[in-house]
Design a protein around this ligand. Structure first.
Ligand SMILES: Nc1ncnc2c1ncn2[C@@H]1O[C@H](COP(=O)(O)OP(=O)(O)OP(=O)(O)O)[C@@H](O)[C@H]1O
Length: 251
């Protein structure tokens, strides 16, 4: 049975001035899969994420989310259509507590405006859901702690929690284990696996042990082009990938 595509990129290009940074990317991300994008520094991974999430306009080509065109839609509309990009730590509400951050994302998923925040704060249902998420994130003991006082790893966990709480089916995570110790990174992978269950996940990641642990499929972006897409084993054994990027790291 053919798998439904959550995301479909066809001939996507992005120029900055005369520099062509994304050079005709074709990429299918299947529904429910964990798809990791790897590539050397400057390959264009962040730019690709910015194009998918609507932060940047494509210069050419198309991007579909569950069959609907989303390229050149503003980021908030792409988000409303079911795609959420992990907020960087700096985008958490730093002065708000863990619970308030989670509530905010839950309310966004239900379409409330932030201006209704105070009245809706009383809703027991939202509170219960936020507490359940805090427990899943192992942040329930810090439920009333402002985000700014959490450790770095806890902030990244909360960021994942808020992304999941926002109700998107497709989740983009940008280097979710960057700056973490090995133990923290392992915990973060487990948390991502636990929290994102049935979601479709697209992840940019540098740490190859994380990549091979997390990915159902991997795409390798080199110099603005995807040179290979496949299962972790296929990518490990792909001669072009080894030559262009992975080199001895695989071995
Ligand atoms: N707004 C911009 N204007 C001009 N050039 C840009 C812009 N954004 C990115 N670039 C250039 O595009 C190229 C790809 O950058 P990008 O950040 O997408 O790569 P990356 O694969 O995410 O790199 P890294 O792994 O180091 O984060 C780089 O040469 C960068 O300088």
């Amino acid at each position: 049975m053919t798998k439904r595509n959550a995301l479909e990129l066809k001939g996507v290009k992005k120029n900055f001035g005369r520099a062509e940074i994304i050079r005709g990317v074709n990429l299918d991300v299947h529904e429910h899969e964990r798809h990791v994008i790897i590539g050397p520094n400057g390959a264009g991974k962040s730019t690709l994420f910015n194009l998918i999430s609507g932060r940047l306009k494509v210069s050419d080509g198309s991007i579909k989310l569950f069959g609907k065109d989303i390229h050149n839609m503003p980021a908030h509309k792409v988000n409303r259509m079911g795609l959420s990009r992990s907020f960087q730590v700096t985008n958490l509400f730093q002065n708000m507590t863990v619970m308030q951050n989670l509530r905010c994302s839950l309310l966004w998923s239900e379409g409330h405006k932030y201006s209704f925040w105070k009245s809706v704060m009383k809703q027991d249902r939202v509170t219960e859901h936020a507490m359940a998420l805090a427990e899943q994130l192992n942040l329930h003991k810090q439920a009333d702690t402002p985000a700014s006082l959490l450790t770095y790893a806890e902030q990244r966990a909360l960021e994942v929690g808020c992304t999941v709480a926002s109700g998107a089916e497709v989740i983009l995570l940008d280097e979710p284990t960057a700056g973490m110790s090995r133990t923290e990174a392992n915990d973060a992978i487990q948390l991502i696996q636990r929290m994102t269950g049935e979601n479709t996940l697209v992840v940019v990641e540098h740490d190859l042990s994380v990549v091979f642990e997390l990915a159902d499929r991997i795409s390798v972006l080199v110099y603005g082009e995807i040179i290979a897409t496949g299962t972790p084993d296929e990518i490990r054994n792909n001669a072009a990938v080894q030559e262009a990027y992975l080199g001895t790291e695989v071995h």
